[in-house]
Each structure stands twice: as C-alpha cells, then as structure tokens.
Design a protein around this ligand. Structure first.
Ligand SMILES: O=c1ccn([C@@H]2O[C@H](COP(=O)(O)OP(=O)(O)O[C@H]3O[C@@H](CO)[C@H](O)[C@H]3O)[C@@H](O)[C@H]2O)c(=O)[nH]1
Ligand SMILES: [Mn+2]
Length: 354
C-alpha cells in the first residue's frame, strides 16, 4: 500500500444532501483535509461531522472569490466540485459523492479506497502496450512474456478511476429499463480484483463518484464544464472531464487507470429527473466522442494548461456547429484556465529563492 501522504491530498466533496456519510469514512478520511462544495441554496446550513479538518464553500463564496469568472463554475450540478480542484494546493485530489460508503472486498474486509487510489497514482501506468496479467506493478505480479523491456518503466499515472458496488453508474434510459440492477454481493464475480491502464488512444466514460488524480500533472484539464442551472445539459460533467483529460494524458505521456478500488454507492438519483438533465447529452455524445477521438494536440503544447486551451479552440471549431452550447462551453474552458493560472501561479522568486 502507498504511504498515507496526508500533507499531499485533499478530498473534494460536492453536496446537496447531508454529510453523514463521512461517519462511515471517519477512520480513513480523518487524517486528510476536506474541501466541501455546498451546492444549491447557500443560506442552508450544512453540518460537518465533528473532528474533520475542512473548508466549506457555498455559491456566495464562489461568486465572491471568483468574481466574473464564477460563471465557469456550475450551479445545481455535481460539476460544482471542480471549484475544489481549483482552490486546492495539494498534489493529489480524491473526489467522492455524498451517497457513497465504504465497501467490503470478497473476504469481508473494509476497503480503504483512498489508500488504493494513492497506490495507483504513485505507481506507473502502461498505456503503450497491454499487460495481459493486468497491473504489472502490483505485489506478486509482473510483466508477461513478450512485454518489451523498453516499456517496462511505464509512465507517470495522472488519473485513478475507481468503481462501485451496489448502484451502478447508468444513464437514465438504462436505469429506467433496469431499475433493480445491482452490482451487489461481496464475493460475487462482479467484484473484479484488477487495475488496468486504459490504452493510449482509447476513451472511456469517467465517473467522478470515486475518482483520484494528480493535480500537478492534470488538474488544469480536470474541468467539469458548465452544466445544470441555466444550461441545456447536466450530468455530463465527469464525462467531459474524462474525455478531455484522457486526450491530454495521451498527448503528454501520462497514464489513466481504472478498476480497484470499489466503494458502495447507496442512492440512485431519480431516472426521470436524470433523463431531463441528460437528454441532449444522449444525442450529443455521438458527436462529442468522435470529436475527442480525432483531436490532435500540437507538439508545442507541453503542459495541461496549454493542451486545454488548444482543446477549447478545437471544441469551439468542431462542436460549435452542433449546438451554440458548445461555444459557451469552450469560452468557459478558457475562463477556467484563466482562473487556474490565477490560483496556481508559480511562487514568485525572491532573492534567488522561491
Ligand atoms: O445539483 C446537484 C446534484 C448533485 N450534487 C452532488 O453531486 C454528487 C453526485 O450526485 P448524485 O449522487 O445525485 O448523482 P448520481 O447519478 O448518483 O451520480 C453520478 O452522476 C455524476 C455526474 O453528475 C456523478 O459524479 C456520478 O457519480 C453528490 O455528492 C451530490 O450531492 C450537487 O452538488 N448538485
Ligand atoms: Mn449518487
């Protein structure tokens, strides 16, 4: 397992509900700092269970801190979580939803999801050649015969995408036709004990329910878009960020892993409400995904900020004609980078020292 790294990790939680779920995570999260983004009515008082070290932001705080740039942070959508990524100063972010609890592995042991994410993030990835025995860096595992030695050092890992027991991350139509579908019991064959690097050139549907990333490597591209209130789209926040970060990781030579750790997702959001929010996305994803599959980032883009600005330009050009929403989204992507640079300016050098 990875070291605790508690000075280097922030846990970001978007919430419209209660934070009682934190009781379940107490033994695992108490050593860390929480950044809580309270969505919805800012006058509602929200209770953080005793003993946690946290900072809490509501919409009034976001407006006050960002001024006119606050329009790049979504309201009434889990996408508001990316404000936490912006104000964090840590190397790693773990973001989790407020209806997620500690899962058990098939032996009945509680899973320390954050520790497993940190292990994933601090070990390399293998995006250029697939290891058929999964994660070659896992204890007791290795590269199989035929794996080129020149690629065995791997590349830095930027994203660790964890999975879910109980309620799966389905879109509204799938939820509507399979309302009782559960990825349940401990010990069932649906707990897949594996971590995989997603190959270079392959996109995936990233879910933010159980997600960790290296903020220094990819934070600038982990923007969740403008969704929810006043927008024709919701619930595609993590999808958008997943497609953007994957093409940026592929370009910069970073890895993205998916698989372990699992957590327990307890509450299905309402599929009819979700359908209204997702409706346009169900059509637009047929255009968005081919767009990301065809993106080529120029060599001169050498960090996540530069890649992201280029992506905004290409998104406007190619997706703007699909719907004017994408012009606004592309503008918001640029605003996000302006805010990112403001909050993440390199420390000023004074008398030769930083
Ligand atoms: O207006 C809102 C709605 C929700 N939140 C907070 O966001 C997360 C996820 O919300 P929820 O549990 O309702 O959504 P799910 O359908 O179960 O989750 C999937 O949708 C994703 C995309 O939005 C999400 O990451 C997926 O896991 C909770 O913490 C809500 O409290 C919000 O802040 N504002
Ligand atoms: Mn949920």
């Amino acid at each position: 397992m990875a070291p605790t790294l508690n000075g280097e990790v922030d846990i970001v939680i978007p919430t419209i509900r209660s934070l009682n779920f934190l009781e379940d995570w107490r033994p695992f999260f108490e050593p860390y700092h929480l950044i809580i983004i309270q969505d919805g009515d800012p006058t509602k008082e929200i209770k953080v269970p005793e003993g946690f070290d946290y900072e809490l932001y509501n919409r009034n705080d976001i407006n006050r801190i960002l001024g006119p740039k606050a329009n790049c942070i979504s309201f009434k959508d889990g996408a508001c979580r990316c404000f936490g990524f912006l104000v964090s100063k840590k190397k790693f972010i773990y973001t989790i939803d407020d209806d997620c609890f500690v899962a058990k592995d098939p032996s009945g042991k509680e899973i320390d999801a954050l520790a497993k994410h940190l292990e994933n993030l601090t070990k390399p990835s293998t995006p250029y050649y697939f290891n058929t025995l999964y994660d070659p860096y896992r204890e007791g595992a290795d590269f199989v015969r035929g794996y080129p030695f020149s690629l065995r050092a791997g590349v830095p890992t930027a994203v660790s995408h964890g999975l879910w027991l109980n309620i799966p991350d389905y879109d509204a139509p799938t939820q509507l036709v399979k309302p009782l579908d559960r990825n349940t019991s401990v010990g069932s064959n649906r707990y897949v004990d594996a971590v995989l690097t997603i190959p270079k050139g392959t996109l995936y549907p990233m879910c933010a329910m159980n997600l960790a990333f290296n903020r220094e490597l990819i934070g600038a591209a982990m923007y969740f878009g403008i969704m929810g209130d006043g927008q024709p789209l919701g619930r595609y926040d993590d999808m958008w960020a997943g497609w953007c970060t994957k093409v940026v990781c592929d370009h910069l030579g970073y890895g993205v892993k998916t698989g372990l750790p699992y957590l327990w997702h307890s509450k299905a959001s309402n599929p009819f409400v979700n359908l209204k929010k997702e409706y346009n996305g169900l059509f637009w994803q047929e255009e968005m995904i081919p767009f990301f599959q065809s993106v080529i980032l120029p060599k001169k883009c050498t960090n996540a900020q530069e890649c992201y600005l280029e992506l905004a330009k290409q998104a406007k050009e190619k997706l703007g004609p699909v719907d004017p929403y994408f012009n606004n989204l592309a503008d918001a992507m640029v605003t996000w980078i302006e805010a990112w640079e403001e909050f993440n300016a390199p420390a000023k050098v004074k008398n030769g020292t930083a």
